[in-house]
Each structure stands twice: as structure tokens, then as C-alpha cells.
Design a protein around this ligand. Sequence first.
Ligand code: ADP
Ligand code: ADP
Length: 233
Amino acid sequence: MIEFKDVSKTYQAKEGPVKAITDVNLTIPDGKIYGIVGYSGAGKSTLIRMLNGLETPTTGKVTVNGQNVSELSGQRLREERLQIGMIFQHFDLLWSRTVLENVEFPLEIAKKGNKKERQKKAEELVKLVGLQGRENAYPSELSGGQKQRVGIARALANDPKILLSDEATSALDPQTTDEVLELLLDINHRLGITIVVITHEMHVIRKICDHVAVLDAGRIVEEGPVLDVFKHP
Ligand code: ADP
Ligand code: ADP
């Protein structure tokens, strides 16, 4: 479970203080697909950085599975970060490595198992995302949708409890977006993993999320089941 409790964040910029997040209260239960939607500048990245311990709330508390993120540092913070797999708009793949090597990479970093075990795990994940047969391809040989599938497989390598999608479909065409969203739904059903979907695109939320919070100028202005929040009058 993820919890933001009375969280505010003010950056100290050269021009003076910038209030990025104001009084956010948010509970994201396990196993859900939870959307956070907002325009550019709404504060989405700031929420993500507080979740990962890259920023500390100015006031309030962010907890992941009962652990206050700001109380962690060093090795404990690195371990806790493995609980959150991330996928990004521009995929952030290693271009000189193959599909399989990209998926293995987080296991190498976390020093999990031996080479053979890591390879086996990576092969399973490549299958899970529907890329079997492309293990030895390089990212430059893949379509955008396939690149994001590699990103998803890599994000799942360390068996995270949460998958955080940061504008993961924003660079994809509508059909590829739908395919990637279907895959996320499938992964949620099969692995029971919590998925947090950060986006500026309402249709992404409508398509896969159970719950949504609408962020505007650092505040949550709407929150609830997608069907209620986006109900047409
Ligand atoms: P989003 O991800 O929704 O576009 P951000 O979290 O990046 O929103 O930004 C929220 C607000 O905080 C914006 O006004 C932005 O300019 C400001 N902001 C973000 N990061 C910093 C920073 N490091 N220093 C100063 N202001 C920042
Ligand atoms: P490594 O040598 O560790 O395998 P690379 O040198 O291939 O890593 O890539 C380092 C980073 O630079 C990658 O994370 C990737 O995002 C970026 N990068 C490398 N090549 C390209 C490219 N052709 N286009 C976009 N980004 C690239």
C-alpha cells in the first residue's frame, strides 16, 4: 500500500519558493490499477520523486508498505526502491545491449543469483511480455511498442510490489498504446501487482484504471473510482 498523508512540497528555487504539492492525502491499495492524471506542472513528477525517496516532503509523510520513505537512506533505500519497478515515456533502454541483456540488467545491479539464473528469469519475463524470439535483438531493431515491452519486462525483474508507469504510452501511437495498456492489465491480473499510472491522458485512465486522482496545481481536486469521477451527467 502507498500512502501520502498531509503531504506538501515546496522547492526553494532561485526566484523564491515554489509550492509544487499542497495537502495531498492519497491511499493506493494493493493490487489496484490507480491513475494519477494532471496537466504539465501539476506536480506528478514531484509525487513520484517523493515515492522513490528522491525528494523529501516539506511536511507530511509518504509511506510504501508501512515504511516511511524519508526515514530510509543508503542500502535500505536502495532495497526499498526495488519494490517499485518503473517504466518511462522514452523507455530508457541500454542501446548497446540486447533485449535479454536489458531485462537482466537490474538483476545484475541487485546482484541476484548467478548468470544462469538471471538469464532464466530474464527469458521468462521476455515471454511474459510477448517478445519471445526477439531475445537477441537490439532496441534499435524494435518498434516503440516492443521497446516498451522490454521496459516492462525490465521493470518486473526484481519482483517489485508496485509497477509505476510514468507517461509510458505518451510517445506511442493510439493502437500501440492500447496494446501496451492491455499488457499492463494482463500483468495486473496475472501477478496481482499494484500499478500506478501517471499520465496527462484521460483515455489511458479510462481504459485501465480502477481508481483515479486528478491533480491540479499541486492539489487533488477529484478522487474516486474512475466510473464515478468521469461519469457523464
Ligand atoms: P508535472 O510532473 O506534473 O509536470 P512537476 O512535479 O514536475 O509537475 O512540477 C510541479 C511544479 O513544481 C511546477 O511548477 C514546477 O515548475 C515546479 N518544480 C518541479 N521541480 C522543481 C525544482 N527542482 N525546483 C523548483 N521548482 C520545481
Ligand atoms: P551501456 O554501455 O551501459 O550498455 P549505453 O552506452 O548503450 O549503455 O547507453 C547509455 C545510455 O544512453 C542508455 O541508458 C540510453 O538511454 C542512452 N542511449 C544510448 N544510445 C542511444 C541512442 N542511440 N538513442 C537514445 N539514447 C541512447
